[in-house]
Design a protein around this ligand. Structure first.
Ligand code: SF4
Ligand code: SF4
Length: 327
């Protein structure tokens, strides 16, 4: 049965986790938090894992990809500035999908940030919390959605095309940057031809007014969960010996992508780690549900266990685990 470690403090996890099995170039996938959020993962926890890996003579790098929507992490320049503002400035950081989020490597039909090819090992360090689209956000969400390039993220969310909203001011930047001639300007407004659009989402990244909108409702929660799990499977096919650490602190109802302060909805639980992503997620979900007396499970209407069921069906892990408490 999969061993999953649980500790109140990161030191217990550092003691039990075999970072020595990792290769020389270690990517640590984290989420730096959108500007305005203050419940993202504590940089001090990340620093301790980063230093531990470096103390073993390995090269550690924090990795992330740009986001789909207009925000403080839409391009690499802004993303790095946000990471530094949030306290990660003393660690090496790589944004894997290029300045505008359009550089990817294709693995089993999934568009993953291209820079992932530069690494031989992966540590997935995730803030466990609620998520409006997938029920909860942990390790599967962190690498499935998080390592998708912008076009990959659009694919997971909706697989449909952006739409031009009333915010369009007719600047023409989207038409200028669309490599597929899918946008023309007419009467001072952008017109998108969906027959030419391939869903690369470049227009979303360059629009200065947030006028290119994502039709978020294009997929059901179950479909999004499945597609995210497929992206996770694609990433893990390149990193079969990964380590997963979930931080069950500052557990908020919504994702760290929300550019606003959120209140923790329950007491802190601790930190969970292991080498089977599904077991680590299942243990995290169980611990959070126990501690909140089911409140976490009821917080949104998405079936949270389904994320684990589809991941198990894709054979990226197993829900059965043995929880080992560490002081
Ligand atoms: S970049 Fe945005 S504001 Fe400018 S024309 Fe395109 S949709 Fe309109
Ligand atoms: S998503 Fe890409 S292909 Fe489609 S209109 Fe926008 S820039 Fe052009």
């Amino acid at each position: 049965m999969n061993e999953v470690y649980f500790s109140k403090e990161i030191e217990g996890i550092l003691e039990k986790t075999d970072f020595g099995k990792l290769g020389q170039k270690v990517a640590i996938k984290i989420h730096f938090g959108e500007d305005g959020c203050d419940t993202f993962i504590d940089p001090e926890l990340v620093r301790k894992v980063y230093r531990k890996i470096e103390s073993l003579g390995k090269e550690a790098t924090l990795v992330e990809c740009n986001v789909l929507y207009k925000g403080s992490r839409t391009n690499s320049t802004d993303h790095l500035a946000t990471a530094k503002k949030h306290g990660f400035s003393d660690m090496k950081i790589a944004i894997l999908d290029g300045e505008l989020g359009d550089e990817y490597t294709e693995i089993n039909g999934c568009k993953i940030g291209k820079g992932i090819d530069d690494f031989d090992s992966l540590v997935v360090f995730s803030h466990f919390k609620g998520h409006e689209a997938t029920g909860f956000g942990g390790a599967i969400k962190n690498i499935g959605m998080g390592l998708g390039s912008r076009a990959g993220k659009l694919d997971m969310h909706s697989n449909v095309r952006p739409i031009v909203s009333k915010l369009c001011i007719g600047c023409g930047k989207c038409a200028e940057h669309c490599d597929f001639n899918a946008i023309t300007m007419k009467d001072g407004l952008a017109i998108l031809d969906s027959t030419k659009c391939i869903g690369c989402a470049m227009c979303i990244a360059v629009c200065p007014n947030g006028a290119m909108k994502i039709p978020w409702g294009g997929r059901t929660a179950e479909e999004v969960q499945k597609r995210i799990a497929e992206y996770t499977a694609a990433v893990l096919s390149s990193f079969p010996n990964s380590i997963f650490i979930n931080v069950l602190r500052n557990i908020t109802p919504l994702c760290d992508c929300m550019g606003m302060k959120q209140k923790a909805m329950m007491e802190d639980v601790g930190i969970v780690s292991g080498e089977d992503i599904v077991a680590v997620e299942k243990a995290s979900l169980d611990l959070v549900n126990q501690k909140s007396k089911g409140e976490f499970d009821q917080m949104n209407e998405v079936d949270k266990e389904n994320q684990l069921v589809v991941a198990e069906e894709l054979k990226i892990g197993n829900r059965e685990y043995q929880l080992i408490e560490v002081d």
